[in-house]
Design a protein around this ligand. Structure first.
Ligand code: SF4
Ligand code: SF4
Length: 90
């Protein structure tokens, strides 16, 4: 599973260095061509084994920019996760 960065992202860079597995890239490296930061679902471990709550979302200054995403087979998932589309931090 993974978290996703939505269009609410203001490209502030607060999240990128908090990720323990380097799953986040900035707008220049967003593979979708989007103008926001981006989380690689095949790298994100939802901070399992590192933090109780995803560190990127804890660091993000927006309201609800970082949301829970869809299930990714074979990837760790947080016991605290909510439904896809739900903000990680309200
Ligand atoms: S939830 Fe954790 S592992 Fe996933 S992108 Fe955010 S900081 Fe990285
Ligand atoms: S901390 Fe939030 S607003 Fe800042 S770059 Fe990361 S996702 Fe975007």
């Amino acid at each position: 599973m993974a978290v996703i960065i939505t269009d609410l992202c203001i490209n502030c860079a607060a999240c990128i260095d908090e990720c323990p597995v380097e799953a986040i890239v900035d707008e220049d490296e967003n593979p979708t061509g989007g103008e926001t930061y981006y989380v690689y679902a095949d790298k994100c471990v939802e901070c399992v084994g590192y933090h109780d709550t995803p560190a990127c979302a804890e660091a993000c200054p927006t309201e609800g920019c970082i949301q829970w995403g869809e299930v990714v087979d074979g990837m760790p998932s947080s016991d605290n996760r909510k439904a896809a589309g739900t903000p990680v931090v309200d």
